[in-house]
Ligand binder design. Structure first.
Ligand code: DX5
Ligand code: ZN
Length: 217
């Protein structure tokens, strides 16, 4: 399985975002965490900043929306230049309609699940999406520990994707590090988000390569 490494700029220096994106030019995507202080107890950045980042980033933007009213806002992130837009199942009224709208706008559509949200009710919807994001921490902050209790959820989703021959990526986000990335990969994740693990390293390129190697073993 080819594994992708998506550093999260949540752990980057917000005063130097263009330079921080350059540091991860060897990554597959740049993961951008949009938080609204309602869906999660933190506030990060929104449309105008994503629009600028999309213009300067050497890699495409993987936008993770942790916001209420995804049905209303997600399509605007597609328009802002994201390559992939992931919204939370808990924040969308009509996830299938929204996924179709995003794909129609030419971006990849992702569905995210908080740790307490089971994957079972969404298994039959997976074909509507390009990616399933299994959160391995409570969303809101970087630097938390990886929840091993999410491994069965990853494995369950991967099994269904294989059985039904779907082309859906399984992303993990939260606590992914050199210590945990192999477990996530073994369970069936193929897109690894890593914030503190990449931006906390002296040499981000070397850390990206290390995560890729550990995940592909
Ligand atoms: C958390 C965010 C993550 C965060 C991960 O709500 O969705 O993308 O940046 O950070 P680490 O990798 O430090 O756990
Ligand atoms: Zn994220």
């Amino acid at each position: 399985m080819t594994v992708q490494i998506n550093p999260s700029i949540l752990s980057a220096d917000f005063a130097n975002l263009a330079a921080e994106l350059e540091r991860i030019r060897d990554a597959d995507w740049a993961h951008v965490d949009v938080m609204d202080q309602h869906f999660v107890p933190n506030l990060t950045l929104g449309l105008p900043i994503v629009q600028r980042l999309a213009q300067v980033s050497p890699v495409p933007l993987d936008v993770h929306l942790m916001i209420e009213d995804a049905d209303r806002w997600a399509p605007q992130y597609a328009e802002a230049g994201a390559g992939s837009v992931t919204f939370h199942a808990e924040a969308a009224q009509a996830p299938v309609r929204l996924a179709r709208e995003l794909r129609g706008a030419g971006v990849r559509a992702g569905l995210a699940l908080r740790p307490a949200t089971p994957v079972e009710p969404f298994l039959d919807l997976l074909g509507e999406f390009d990616m399933l994001l299994v959160m391995t921490v409570e969303p809101g902050f970087g630097g938390q520990s990886f929840l091993d209790s999410m491994l069965p959820k990853i494995a369950r989703a991967r099994r269904v994707i294989e059985e039904r021959e779907l082309a859906v990526w399984v992303q993990v986000d939260g606590g992914v590090s050199t210590q945990t990335v192999a477990r996530a990969a073994e369970a069936g994740a193929d897109v690894m988000v890593a914030g503190s693990a990449v931006y906390g390293a002296q040499d981000a390129s070397a850390r990206i390569a290390e995560l890729r190697r550990l995940a592909q073993q």
